[in-house]
Design a protein around this ligand. Structure first.
Ligand SMILES: [Zn+2]
Length: 83
């Protein structure tokens, strides 16, 4: 279906998305209890709502890095002209 409609479809394994850190990629030792609504990374210390973290993990796995995650943007047209 995705190919038929010309879309870039990527399959993302949904496992561990609540356990992985969307910022540094570290995986927690244990799944968060459902009652715990906030994801706190034990590695880099980032804190975010668990649903938001999971969504970002899936996006990163699909190969898409949202701008600003690492503070680095891909070179724009200006850089190309300068070179
Ligand atoms: Zn982290």
């Amino acid at each position: 279906m995705g190919r038929k409609h010309g879309r870039d479809v990527r399959l993302v394994h949904p496992a561990h998305t609540t356990m992985d850190c969307a910022t540094c990629g570290a995986r927690t030792k244990h799944a968060l209890p459902l009652a715990m609504r906030t994801y706190a990374c034990t590695s880099c210390g980032v804190v975010s709502p668990r649903d938001k973290n999971s969504a970002r993990v899936m996006l990163v796995r699909a190969g898409w890095n949202p701008d600003g995650v690492e503070g680095v943007r891909p070179p724009g047209p200006q850089a190309q002209v300068a070179a």
